[in-house]
Write a new protein. Structure first.
Length: 200
């Protein structure tokens, strides 16, 4: 009787050992797959600025054009829409998007605008209104263009002047980095076709 009980117990132990070994193998495989997914993941869903498509897909070194457009509209608005009260906020807003050298230059421009408004001794500010089409991307130049009217407001006067903001960018670690910004009056962006037509 004791021998049969002992053999039964050994068989149960072997069965439990096999069950535990199988469980460990399955757990190890699941953990390995999860780690592989984390390491190989190259895209995330994130929203950063107003106007971004609701399900923007950003990858480590790529971003959809809708997201780039929304970021550039927001950065342009922050650069243009300056007054003595909001200048510090605008500088903080654009900081994550600009390369260091470009940030230094834009901050100098913002400070100059604020000084100019203060010297006028009037409550003044700037704001922008997008023109149609508002945004263009030229793949031949790899440049983005924001087309807008820049309004200067002081006392009872509101003057508008068409402007183009031209951006050179790259994507780095899931974010758009602006390497250069240039602004010029007019409503004609200097695209590759414009440059071809205006060769000297």
């Amino acid at each position: 009787m004791e021998l049969s009980n002992r053999e039964k117990s050994v068989a149960e132990l072997k069965k439990e050992k096999q069950f535990l070994a199988t469980g460990w193998i399955i757990t190890t495989v699941i953990l390995a797959l999860a780690m592989l997914k984390i390491v190989a993941q190259t895209d995330i869903i994130i929203e950063r600025t107003p106007g971004m498509p609701s399900e923007s897909r950003l990858e480590k070194t790529a971003m959809d054009k809708g997201s780039q457009r929304a970021i550039l509209w927001s950065v342009t608005a922050a650069i243009v829409q300056v007054n003595p009260e909001n200048a510090q906020y605008q500088k903080e807003f654009i900081y994550p998007f600009l390369a260091p050298a470009m940030y230094t230059r834009i901050v100098r421009d913002i400070d100059a605008s604020v000084t100019r408004l203060a010297q006028q001794h009037e409550l003044g500010s700037y704001y922008m209104v997008l023109r149609n089409p508002g945004y263009l991307y030229d793949p031949a130049l790899d440049r983005h263009f924001v087309i807008c009217d820049v309004h200067t407001v002081n006392a009872a006067k509101d003057t508008a002047e068409p402007y183009v903001y031209e951006y050179k960018t790259h994507i780095e670690n899931y974010r758009l980095v602006i390497d250069s910004v240039s602004a010029y009056p007019g409503d004609k962006p200097h695209t590759s076709s414009w440059l071809k037509d205006h060769k000297s």
